[in-house]
Structure formats: C-alpha cells, structure tokens
Design a protein around this ligand. Structure first.
Ligand code: ADP
Ligand code: MG
Length: 718
C-alpha cells in the first residue's frame, strides 16, 4: 500500500467522515499513521451496567453472549446484535451496517465496551454501534469494586476528534492499516545510524508503539522519536537556509580600532560587559566576507540600540572594497512608525558629529539628516528624493518600517541589515529583505522576547545567538508589589499620588471586553472595558485615561500611543499589546490585572516598560489567585534577575505547549514536547549540521529530502 494513497480509495467514507478527516489534516495513509493520540487512557469513565444512565457515554467491561447477525426488521439494514453482561446487569448491543464486528468477538469473550447508553423507561439499556474490543482481563478482575485506575494493560490511545470522525473511528482505521502492514511501506526518513546513536526506534516500530503501546514506556519512546524527528527536520531546514545564504559573498567590514574607540567613547555611559561581548562578536562576524546571521537577545532596556549603532558605525565608516570613497550602507527596520521616529532621533544623536546622511522612510513621510539649511536638524523630504539618495549611496543609514523592504527601495552598497524587535516580523519578510541585492548583507536581528534556550535553538536555528544578560549599572530597580484584592483601593490611591507628580501609568488587563454574562463559565477576569470605566468613574476620575488594544485599527493604536508618549494621556489601559518597545520615559507605573493569566516572561517584559528612566518605577501585580503554584510563579517574578531565568522557570513549571503557542512560532506540538529536553534539541541540531555540511542538497538521503520539501510547501501554502 503506497503511503500517499488517499484514504477514500481504501475505505468507504461518508461525507461527514471525509470532511472530518480533511479538517484534521488527514488525507492519505501516511497522514493517518502520523496522526498521533493526544493521550492514553479511557475515552469515557468506567462504569457498571447497573449504574449507566440514559445518554451517558461510558466504558464497560463484561462478557458478550447471544451474538446474532441478520437484518433489521423493517428497513432490512444489515445488523448484528449481542448481549453484554457484568456482575450488575445486562445491556443489549446493536451494530448497524457493520455486522462484521460480530466476528471480532465470540460467545463468552471478555470485552471492553465504549459507547453511549440508551436507557428506556422500562429500564433496559441499549448501546448502538459501540466500540468493542476483546481484553484478557478487566482492570481489577471482573467483579472488583472499582474500575477507576486503568492499569498499563489497558493503555488505550485517544485521538483528537472532529465532526464525523470519533477517536474510536480513527483508532479502528489505524489498527486496520497496521494489520495490513501499511506502516511497513513507509520509508524511515531518519538514517539508521542516527537512530542507533540516540537509541530511538525505527519508524515502523515507533508507529506501532505510539498507536498501540503495551506499556507506557513504549508510548514514551515512540513520542521521543517523533519529537526528535520534528526538531531534526526543523534544524535541517534552518541549516540548509543558512548554508544557501553563506554561499553568497558579503562585504568584509574592517573598521579601524581607533575610530571605533572614539565612537564608543562619545557615549554618555560605558558599555556593559555584555554589550562589549556582543559588539566584539558582531565585529568579528562582519569582518568576514560570508554574511553574518546573528540574533541579539536582551531584556528591554539592556541597551541593544547602542550595540546596533556600533555595528552601523563600523559599516558606514568602511568603504566598498577597491574604492576609497563612498560608504557601505545600513538598513534599520522596526515594526512601527513610532519606533522608527524614535530610532531616527537616537541615531542622529550617535552620528551627528560624523559627516554621514541618515534617512527616515515611513508611510507618513520621509526625513533626512542633516538638513542643508540647519545642519543640527533633520528635514522633511520627498520620498522620491530620499530613494534617489539611497540608490546612489549618499544616504548611509536608512531607518524605516515595512516600507523599507518594498521593491522600490534600492541601495547602492547595502552591507548590514538590522531588524529591531524581530519577533514582530514574519520570516518571509526577513527573507525578502535579504534577497534584494547581489551581495548579501550581514544580518543583525534583535529581540527582547526572552525565550528558553531550547526554543531559541529551534526557531532561530539558522542564527547565531548573542545574549545581553546584564542591565546597565545604576538603574533603579522597579519596586514590585503583589496586591491582593483587599489592597486594591489602597494601591490605586498610591498610584494617584504618583500621577499627581506628573508621572504616567500603564494598566494591563488580560482581555478586551467583559465576559458574556450569559456564559456562566466565562472567566472572571478584568477587561480593558471594565477597567477603563472603573478608573474613569471611581479610582482616578481626575486624570485622562485612554484604552489601547488589538481591536483598534493600526492608526487608532498608533494615535493612542502617540498621545500617551506626548503626555496628553496620563493612564493607558491596555491588553498586552504595549509589550512592544516604545520608550515613554515618564511612565513609571505599571499595573498588571489578573496577573495569574499572563506568562512570566511576558510580565517581565511588561515590567520593562517602566524600567527606562532614572525615576523610581513601580509594578503592581494584581491577582486574587489562591493557587499555590500561581503564587510561587508571581514570587519568582519578584526574584528573577533577568528574562531568561524566568523563561526557563516557566518552561520547567508549565511546559512549552502551554506557554508558547505553536502558531506564534510555527512549531508543531510534537516539537514543543522536545523543548524541555535541551540534550535532545542540541543533538538534533548537531546531527542536522553534520548532514548539511556533508551533503547540502541531501541527495544521499532521498526520503529526508522528500519529506523536507513537503514540509516547506505546507508551510508556504498555509
Ligand atoms: P533596548 O535593549 O530595550 O533596545 P535601549 O537600547 O533602548 O534598550 O536602551 C535603553 C536605555 O539605556 C537608553 O536610554 C540607552 O541610552 C541606555 N543605555 C544603553 N546602554 C547603556 C549603558 N551601558 N549604561 C547606561 N545606560 C545605557
Ligand atoms: Mg530597542
């Protein structure tokens, strides 16, 4: 049976089943065999026959008797019937359209039954089309008092369901395919020697272990194999991308040490050790003529801009090879216009003493520094003029948002691309930027999202990592308080005093709107909407308060942010959208409502919003949780030295799946499972590296090549 055979060619599927499968992403034999159980256990709780009520879904253990095959009385539908019996009573079983099921069991067989009971008024119990499997014993022997704890004997795969296909239907189809040895027709993409090195089962065995494990260990070892495979594939792709990139030349940038020292010497501060190390790594990278691919990860306020400016200086003070005139160019990309403006101003400060031109390109206008008439200032210019100067190389540094990567923007000698807040950009945009010119520019990506090392190695597998794990000296640390509901009013009066001094505050809530009152189960957490009313009418009526959240248009968002930045609003009530890098020096207070709903690393970043000035900053963590684990987490936030520590703590405590949506990172659940295991991620990465070094096109590994190609296509067509 060929792995790419569509299931509908093998099984007779009705419309609902076809739709259900397709919703689950299952089309072929390969797909269904790679559709893994979400857990093992009983689908429904185990009951005695006597205690089953009407329409209850249950698992029963009992013996079958009176098996009969025939047709229904009126409509002549093929049917099988039987009686199931345990120590407490009897029930009837009817299987329509599937009389063959009766052949699976014989008179007196002990079985496990799963299905929905129909109890009629006279008390008789019937199961229509239940799932029945022969077993060798009940969990604790027939007649034992409790069936609750299912022993390993009864490890039972439970699959994600969809309308039209139930877990048991999927299981049944998979078992059928395995009986027909379909799993043996699948070629193993992972070479034997790799499997051996890490003691992982072959594909064939792993498929059996994962779909019908005899013991927990079987299921675990199979999952380990597939998790390894996922990370291995991701790494192969990343290493391949990297190799392709490195095959192209880039500018070799070798600044004079003396010039560098005097550039850095003009900073109003001295670089931290972490900043120095980052700078050294970058300078060493760009001195080579193979393109740099480096990710600079550092907490908000750790001083990434200064590092980026040093790299930019090195670039613009270097001439193109074989030329002693003209500068190499830098493109600096940021996610929002506010940030673009802010970095433009910063760069003017860093570079004003040098004779170089800096451009700002954004959809709302373009600027150039210096202005001809006033060399201390920038001036507004037309987009056409700016593009002209970028193209002929006169403008050395171009700062902008997405508009930077439009086709109309051409550089003369683009040598370095800096992407700030890189997690806000998709990979595709990153590639776009890089493919534009013949000589590949060096790439410096920067992010403040602290993620665990395993996740970083996986999603940024094509980049080298530099951590800035240290804050500049002399920063006042934020005063943190975990506030219980009884201290709420008191806290807001303290905030009022700070606001009166002219400071500003952020208030962050876990959701935008109040929960639907009709939905009783709706989570009782504060929304932006409610908080806005509370602050305006009760807590802080004398201040100007505004809301900011994801349901606003980009323009509305930027305007609200701008008003806050200009000090026109005192308090900004928002969802976690403010996480991203705007620097409002006057904002010294942050309140996080419903704190137990946020990830630690995320709250850490939120806290970073007020860490920017030399004023004393405050962070109030509001939570009514009594859960010990949640309280521990909030205390960890108080103690941790940096974002990375917190990310690791979060990963250990909660697991990757819960913390980092696979959507956000484009990583499957299976790969997420691997992230708690640093050794495995490193092993997969090292293996992938070796493979790509030896055989970049993977021609010696046709199955690997094929599956990799398929994955890339899937990603692109999503
Ligand atoms: P981020 O890493 O979040 O991008 P920034 O580069 O915006 O941080 O830096 C935050 C602030 O810290 C800026 O005002 C910057 O001038 C200042 N800063 C950067 N490096 C140092 C340092 N080594 N010592 C003191 N202040 C610094
Ligand atoms: Mg920054």
């Amino acid at each position: 049976m060929a792995p790419d055979t569509p299931l509908e060619k093998i099984f007779r599927l009705n419309k609902d089943q076809k739709a259900g499968f397709s919703k689950l992403g299952i089309v072929t034999v390969f797909d269904i065999l790679h559709f893994f159980p979400s857990r093992y256990g009983d689908v429904y709780s185990i009951r005695y026959i006597k205690s089953v009520s009407d329409k209850e879904k249950v698992t029963l253990y009992g013996r079958v008797r009176d098996i009969k095959v025939g047709k229904t009385f009126r409509s002549k539908i093929p049917e099988a019937t039987a009686i199931i019996e345990d120590d407490t009573g009897k029930a009837k079983i009817r299987w329509f359209h599937q009389p063959y099921i009766a052949k699976k069991v014989s008179e007196g067989t002990l079985v496990k039954l799963e299905g929905e009971g129909k109890r009629s008024k006279n008390g008789s119990l019937v199961f229509i089309n239940p799932d029945v499997t022969a077993v060798s014993k009940t969990p604790h022997g027939v007649g034992d008092s409790l069936f609750e704890d299912s022993s390993d004997q009864f490890l039972h795969p439970v699959y994600p369901e969809s309308k039209g296909v139930t877990s048991r239907f999927i299981r049944y189809k998979i078992q059928q395919l395995i009986q027909q040895k379909a799993h043996e027709s699948l070629a193993d993409p992972i070479p034997q020697d790799v499997l051996k090195r890490y003691r992982l089962p072959s594909l064939g065995s792993a498929l059996i272990y994962i779909h019908s494990p005899r013991r927990k260990e079987d299921a675990l070892v199979a999952r380990k194999r597939f998790a390894f495979q996922e990370v291995f594939f991701i790494q192969l792709q990343k290493q391949k991308d990297r190799k392709t990139r490195e095959e192209r030349p880039s500018f070799s940038i070798k600044p004079k040490e003396k010039d560098m020292d005097s550039f850095i010497g003009r900073f109003p501060f001295s670089l931290t050790e972490a900043q120095k190390k980052a700078t050294d790594e970058i300078i060493s990278d760009i001195s080579k003529n193979i393109p740099m691919s480096r990710l600079l990860e550092g907490d908000v306020g750790s001083g990434k801009t200064a590092v980026a400016s040093v790299a930019s200086f090195a670039t613009v003070s270097t001439h193109p090879e074989g030329q002693d005139f003209g500068n190499l160019q830098v493109a600096y990309m940021v996610p929002t216009e506010i940030l673009a403006n802010q970095q433009f101003e910063n760069f003017i400060k860093y570079f004003s003493h040098l004779n170089i031109k800096i451009g700002l390109i954004s959809s709302s206008g373009c600027r150039k520094f210096p202005s001809k008439t006033n060399p201390k200032n920038s001036t507004k210019i037309s987009r056409r003029q700016l593009l002209e100067w970028v193209k002929n190389g006169e403008v050395s540094i171009l700062i902008g948002t997405h508009s930077l990567i439009q086709k109309t923007v051409k550089f003369k000698n683009l040598a370095l691309v800096i992407i700030d807040e890189q997690h806000r950009f998709g990979t595709i945009q990153r590639q776009d930027l890089l493919r534009k010119d013949e000589i590949t520019p060096h790439l410096l990506s920067m992010t403040a999202t602290p993620i665990p090392r395993t996740l970083a190695l996986t999603v940024y597998g094509d980049l080298d990592l530099t951590l800035i794990d240290q804050m500049p000296e002399g920063r006042k640390s934020v005063i943190m308080e975990i506030v219980s509901p009884s201290k709420r009013e008191e806290t807001f009066s303290k905030i009022k005093e700070e606001l009166k001094k002219g400071n500003q505050a952020y208030v962050v809530c876990p959701r935008i709107y109040a929960p639907d009152p009709d939905q009783e189960k709706a989570l009782n957490v504060v929304s932006v909407e409610e908080e806005l009313q509370y602050l305006k009418n009760k807590a802080l009526p004398e201040f100007s308060i505004e809301a900011l959240h994801g349901k606003l248009t980009p323009k509305e968002k930027e305007d609200a942010m701008k008003r806050f930045q200009d000090g026109k609003t005192d308090v900004l009530v928002s969802t976690s959208v403010i996480e991203v890098g705007v620097n409002v020096e006057n904002a010294t207070i942050i309140v996080i409502e419903g704190a137990e709903r946020f990830g630690l690393a995320q709250m850490h970043q939120l806290r970073g919003r007020v860490l920017r000035s030399t004023h004393q900053a405050y962070c109030y963590i509001l939570s009514d949780t009594e859960n010990e684990k949640s309280i521990k987490r909030l205390q960890a936030l108080k103690k941790a030295k940096n974002g990375f520590e917190l990310a690791e703590f979060d990963l250990a405590q909660r697991g990757a799946g819960e913390l980092y949506g696979k959507r956000q990172w484009g990583v499957s659940d299976m790969a997420m499972e691997a992230l708690k295991n640093l050794k495995m991620v490193e092993a997969a990465r090292n293996e992938a590296r070796k493979f790509i070094e030896k055989d970049g096109s993977l021609n010696n590994y046709p199955e690997l090549k094929k599956q990799l190609k398929k994955r890339v296509q899937n990603v692109h067509f999503e």
